[in-house]
Design a binder for this molecule. Structure first.
Ligand SMILES: C[S@@+](CC[C@H](N)C(=O)[O-])C[C@H]1O[C@@H](n2cnc3c(N)ncnc32)[C@H](O)[C@@H]1O
Length: 429
């Protein structure tokens, strides 16, 4: 899901040094999620808006050890979410403490400071309420597994008061929670439309133009690996294609399950995605700008059965799904690989002959420069060579398109990526 997030954070870095540090943390965190077994093919969303096809991972079986490991991971994610207000109160205390260290004269120069502190507390309370709403919807998130259920949540609740029950949480865990909140801005707010137009729109337009002759859109199967909070996959289903999103981060899975399946009305929820940092603000309003979500009704799909989600590592979930997909579209995803060649091979294998791969994103390899992490950092030219010469993809289009990833539009600091957009066709031979 971003800085550059594990996905997630392509946002909010304050300097080159911080960028590197944050990148390392987040990549490690992602690794942690992987180790915690979200690499297993499977559980699919139990979704009121998505059809629960058997898919490639229908016969998934976990050993009891794996199951226990999975549960512990879910419990840890839930506990991190529950701990959001505690972590944020540390930030509030720091701000308060530092203000009190000012001389009386300096304090007088900031007459609205206590009001600001109240706003900070209120905004964090609003975010906390939203997180609790997500958690309360976590019963039966998955069809074929009972991890992420009420008893996991009860345990996470109990652990808030009884620290002996608590898994050890790090700053990385809380970073994930914050990134999840910001991801709602990107995918499900009106304000995020500008950012979505930069990256999702070229993909949507391209799919529309390549399949303009199709009489029956629902017969076209599109896969979106690493779909985050699933807005791109949702938009494709809304346009009538049969679309499946895939994601392996439990933070993203709990959050997307909530937004897709809880029957939220348009603009029902309010969050403050930028409240966690006081840096680079033109005015105090920049920190306290709320966004209301969702900007569309998630159960407004014309054909709900066209949309499904799978949970797990893309390379594992789809390992046996040969020649199944008309189109695979990757947005800010391919650089999450340890070895991007495996991603390219997998996409080639699962596409039908003549199927399309549409990619959008930079190459900020998530495991780069991390000690003891395997990471192959290929250039764009290397990737195109492997696709076209070794795997015989036909390159139909390529462009360099600027875009952003979870950027506060009002911040003094924004990062812009020059993203590689391409459309390639799998060979028919
Ligand atoms: C940078 S985010 C992009 C999210 C979304 N595509 C977007 O554009 O907002 C990358 C996403 O890929 C997910 N991811 C990373 N490696 C994955 C894997 N091997 N299988 C499935 N999802 C993965 C991460 O959890 C994260 O949500």
């Amino acid at each position: 899901m971003s800085n550059y997030n594990e996905q997630l954070d392509r946002n909010n870095s304050h300097s080159t040094i911080d960028l590197e540090a944050s990148r390392e943390l987040k990549s490690k965190h992602r690794k942690d999620e992987e180790r915690q077994n979200y690499t297993q093919p499977s559980p699919k969303f139990n979704s009121s808006v998505s059809e629960l096809s058997d898919g490639p991972s229908g016969n998934f079986q976990m050993t009891s050890d794996e199951y226990e490991e999975e549960r512990m991971h879910v419990f840890k994610v839930m506990t991190a979410l529950k701990n959001y207000p505690n972590h944020m109160s540390m930030m509030i205390n720091r701000v308060d403490r530092n203000f009190l260290k000012l001389t009386p004269e300096h304090r007088q120069m900031l007459p609205d400071f206590s009001d600001r502190l109240h706003r900070l507390k209120a905004a964090i309370k609003t975010n906390t309420d939203f997180i609790n709403t997500i958690l309360s919807s976590c019963d039966q998130v998955f069809v074929n597994s009972d991890v992420a259920n009420r008893s996991d949540l009860d345990l996470a609740n109990a652990s808030i008061n009884d620290k002996t029950l608590q898994p050890s949480l790090t700053k990385m865990d809380i970073d994930k929670v914050i990134t999840t909140l910001k991801q709602f801005y990107r995918d499900w707010s009106k304000e995020g439309q500008k950012e979505r137009d930069l990256c999702y729109k070229p993909i949507l337009d391209s799919i529309q133009s390549y399949y303009s002759n199709s009489t029956l859109r629902s017969s076209i199967k599109i896969l979106v690996p690493g779909c985050g909070l699933a807005r791109l996959a949702f938009e494709l289903a809304r346009e009538g294609y049969t679309c499946q999103g895939n994601e392996f981060s439990m933070y993203m899975l709990l959050a997307s399950n909530f937004i897709l399946n809880s029957g939220s009305d348009v603009y029902q929820h309010t969050i403050y995605p930028w409240v966690h940092s006081q840096l680079n603000c033109w005015s105090v309003e920049d920190q306290f700008t709320p966004v209301r979500i969702p900007d569309v009704c998630p159960d407004s799909l014309p054909k709900p059965g066209n949309f499904s989600m799978t949970a797990g590592d893309f390379l594992i979930v789809y390992k046996d799904d040969n020649n199944q997909w008309d189109c695979v579209t990757t947005c800010y995803f391919i650089d999450t690989a340890h070895n991007i060649i495996e991603y390219i091979e997998c996409i080639n294998r699962i596409l039908k002959p003549g199927g399309l791969w549409i990619n959008f994103g930079p190459l900020l390899y998530h495991f780069a420069e991390i000690c003891n992490e395997f990471s192959i950092e290929l250039t764009y030219a290397d990737i195109i060579k492997i696709m076209t010469k070794d795997l015989k993809f036909e390159l139909l289009e390529e462009r360099n398109i600027p875009s952003t990833y979870i950027e506060n539009p009002n911040s003094m600091l924004t990062y812009q990526y020059h993203c590689a957009f391409f459309v390639a066709r799998k060979t028919i031979l």
